[in-house]
Design a protein around this ligand. Sequence first.
Ligand code: SAH
Length: 201
Amino acid sequence: MVDKQIKKRGVVDPRVLAAMAAVPRHRFVPKMLTKQAYADHPLPIPASQTISQPYMVALMAEAAEISPSDRVLEVGTGSGYGAAVLSELAADVVTVERHQKLADAAREMLDELGYDNVTVLNADGSLGYLARAPYAAVVVTASSETIPDPLVEQLADGGRLLIPLGSLGEVQHLTRLRRTGDQSTTESLGWVRFVPLIEDR
Ligand code: SAH
C-alpha cells in the first residue's frame, strides 16, 4: 500500500510513510470488508460514512506538516483510522465525531490498539474544541462550503488547517490555510471527494 499507492503519488515525508505502514487499517474497516482494507479507495463504514482512501489520509497528514510536539484536532473521526495515523505523528490528537456510534466504536478500537494520545469526542466538530486549543494543525475530513470560523480561531500561530472546500454533491478543493498571527493564507492542493460536514447548529 505504501509503495504502490502513496509513495508513487508523491508523498515523501518519511514520518508520514512510517505512520501509514504502522497503523493496522484492517482493524478500522467493517469485518466483512477486511480483505479490501488496503485497497486504493475509500470504504463504507456504519452511519453511511466512509473511511478515506489511504493515499488521501497520507496526503492530508503530509500537508498538515505535523511535528512530534504538535497538538492536532481532527474533525470527522469516522472509523478512527485517520486519528490513529495522526497520533503516530503528533504529541496528542483530539478528534470529534457527530455520530455517537462511530465515536464510541472508534474510541474502543483506538484504546484496544493502545493509541493513548487520542481523545475521541462526540460533538459537532465544526465548533472545534476550545478547551484544548490552540492546535498546531486542524484536519477536517468532511467537505464544507466555507471554513468554520472556530477552527481558524483555534489554530495556533503558524498553524495549518486542511479542509475539502466545495459545494454539496460536487468535487472539492483540498485547501490548506496557514495562520500567521491574525492573518491567514490559503492554497488549493487539488481535487478531492469527501462526505459533507454537517453542522448541528
Ligand atoms: N477520518 C475518517 C473519515 C471519516 S468520513 C476515517 O479515517 O475513517 C467523515 C466523518 O465526518 C463522518 O464520520 C461524519 O459523520 C463526520 N462528520 C460530518 N460532519 C461532522 C461534524 N460537524 N462534526 C464532527 N464530525 C462530522
